[in-house]
Structure formats: structure tokens, C-alpha cells
Design a protein around this ligand. Sequence first.
Ligand SMILES: C[S@@+](CC[C@H](N)C(=O)[O-])C[C@H]1O[C@@H](n2cnc3c(N)ncnc32)[C@H](O)[C@@H]1O
Length: 409
Amino acid sequence: MLLDTGCWLVFIILSTQLLAPISRHLDPSNQHPMKLIAKTLYGLEKTLADELIDLGAKVVQQVNRAVIFEGNKDFLYKVNYCVRSAMSVLMQFSEFQIRSADDLYRNSLKLNWSNYLDPEHTFSIVPVVNSPMFSHTGYPGLILKDAIADWFRQKAGKRPSVNTKDPDIVFNLHISNERVAISLDSSVIPLYKRGYRKDQGSAPINEILAAGIVLISGWKGETPFLDPMCGSGTIPIEAAMIASHIPPGRFRKFYGFQRWKDYDENLFVQVKKESEAKALNPGVKIAGSDISDDAVLIASANVESAGLSDIISIGKDDFRDVRTLDSEGIIIMNPPYGERIKTTDDLYSMIGSSLKHNFAGHTAWLITSDKESLKHVALKPAIKTTLFNGALECILVKYEMYQGSKKNQ
Ligand SMILES: C[S@@+](CC[C@H](N)C(=O)[O-])C[C@H]1O[C@@H](n2cnc3c(N)ncnc32)[C@H](O)[C@@H]1O
């Protein structure tokens, strides 16, 4: 009997702990590390973790399509401004376990919402839900909205309203089975929206993926760079920004944290100044070319808008006619895919033979979702890895074109 009571006690204590919401605060004094989560595309987790460590992140943990780390307010600003391979950065302020929809409401009501917004503010909730407790993703979002509104009605007699178009504060509600995490979105506008794109071709690569591939390649501006199918110029622009140490945030007008209650404009100005101080002219050839007149016009406009006209040259060329005088260099390209099989087969075999015959001494990285056509390149990949461009599964391959005849070409 005594044992039974003991067991119940342990059970009650454990389940109370399980259900108690953990609550963290903003970092008004810039003294207290916050739990930060940078989200990315599948396959870029390690690249992002390495970038965050380079920027100075502490306690870095890779998870599926995200990296968790710690940082003060100035580091949160720095990551948003400088990171190249993240989609957005969240500040997680609460996590708890639930066993029902009611638990979500009750635990949310225990949080001090005035830490994050006032009744005059507007907010929206982005729910990311994977739990058998909820069949509709929108439902837990509505529960959280009700809890926030009821909390303010009880404490202040008036409540902040929801605005999905241009909210002051965006909450991210993540539910995975019984685990709930609530965060503030410090980016709001996804970080791939760098702000330099004036126009886009028919299939532009995501800026984060383009930067991620350049980072994976390890190229930092030591050798000439070419994207011979550059479309709107995303890959050479991201490469030039890496080689020039230009922060990707240079052209952005807005980050979510600028509307937070603890926003410190002077601190952000300081962070930008320090990040910009490292920019330099890489003094290396960076080029893009494309067979299409329209692509050349669009790429040139984007290069100009990024302020990189002195660093990147854009030209019109069929890849089969492109030659180089350089004895080494890097090629990163994103050929067309999803066209009629015959056309792409011919195109990919032309890519293979052009690389082999015209770019000896070079390293080539090619990203495509067209696995079948890729076989027609007929070169042996030194590296082959899977990446996602949004929902589209892609393969990234690396080819080494050795000088002279090599057994593995
Ligand atoms: C998938 S798009 C590249 C998109 C680009 N990465 C961007 O961000 O906009 C493929 C590009 O290859 C170009 N292309 C197709 N065949 C070509 C060839 N033989 N030589 C050069 N460019 C070619 C197309 O005009 C198109 O712009």
C-alpha cells in the first residue's frame, strides 16, 4: 500500500513536470542567451551549423531541417544579417508536453504574453503541426490565439488583434506528437529574400540553396568561378557575396525582430557596421553565362542591383562553345530539368563532354532534380549528395576534371 502511494506520488510529480510550460524571455539587456533555432532546407543542416559556429554560435545542435543554438540579442541580429544558408531564425520561449487540445490552451494561458506583445499590437500564428491529436493544422493555431486573447482580456481588459498580412509579431507554434514549442519568428520575411533580385528567369534556384552549394564546395574566392547556365544569376551573385564577405542582409529592408518589444536599434546599427567592415574586393574572376538573351538581361540587372557589376561578368554563350584559358577554377551550374527527355539527354551529354574536354584542371558542381538525364553526363562523380530545393528533391554532384587523361573520367 505504501509502495502504491509512493508510485502515485512519483507519477504525479513526473506528470506535473511533464506538463509545466518552460518559459524563456527576450534578452532586453543583451546579457542572457536565448534558445535560437535557424531553419533551413533539407541537406543544408551541416552547412548551416558550420556557418553558425563561424559566426560565433554556442551549444550548436543539428536537427532535421534546422540547427538549434544559443545566443544573446546581438547574436540574433548578427545571424539574421549574416547567415547565408538559413530560411529564418526563431527564438523559442516556451516548450511543454500536452495530452489533449485542452492542455495546449491551459499551458498557453500560463505564459506571460506581455513579455512579447501589448494589447495595441497585432499578431499572427504560423502552426507547424505533426501530431495525431490534431487533424487540422489550423486548429491548434486557433487554440493558441484564443489563449493569447483570453490572457490579455483577463490581465488588461483588452486584447491584441490578429493580422495575417502585416502583423507586428509572428508566433511559430510547433507541435510534434505531444511536444509543443512556441517561438517568436525573428526574420518573418524568409531570409532567402535577400532584396537584390529585380527579376527572375523561369526556374531560379533558391538563394539559400545557391549559397549553400557554394559553401559546400569550399570555394572562397581562391580560383576563377563560372556558372555557364546562370539564368537569373543567383549562383554567381551568392558566390561573389561569399568571396567579397558581403553580408546577405545588406539589401534587406526588414527583419521581424525590429518590431519586438526589446528591439535595440543602436545595437542593430552596430552589428551591421561590424558585419560590413569585413567586405572586400575578392580580385578573382567571377562569371556567369547563358544561352538565352532574356537570362543575360535578367542576370545583368540582378548583378547591378546587388552592386556587383565590377566583380561579376555576365555574357551570352552556349556552354558547348565556352572555353577557358585558366588552368584551374570552379564551375557551379544548375542545368535545365524536366524538359523532353531527348533534349535533356543531349544537353547533359554535351555538359559532360564540354566539362571533360574544355575544363581540364577544373572542379564542377552540378545540381539537378533530373536523375535520369544526369546519367548522360557520363563522368564519375567524386561526391554525390541529396538536397531539397523546397519540396523538389535534387542531386548535387561534384566532378573533378584532371589535367591529362585520368583513369576515373
Ligand atoms: C534551371 S535554369 C538556371 C537557373 C539559375 N540557376 C537561376 O538562379 O536563375 C537553366 C538555364 O540554363 C540555360 N541553358 C540551357 N541550355 C544552355 C546551353 N546549351 N548553354 C548555356 N545555357 C543554357 C537556360 O537558358 C536556363 O537559363
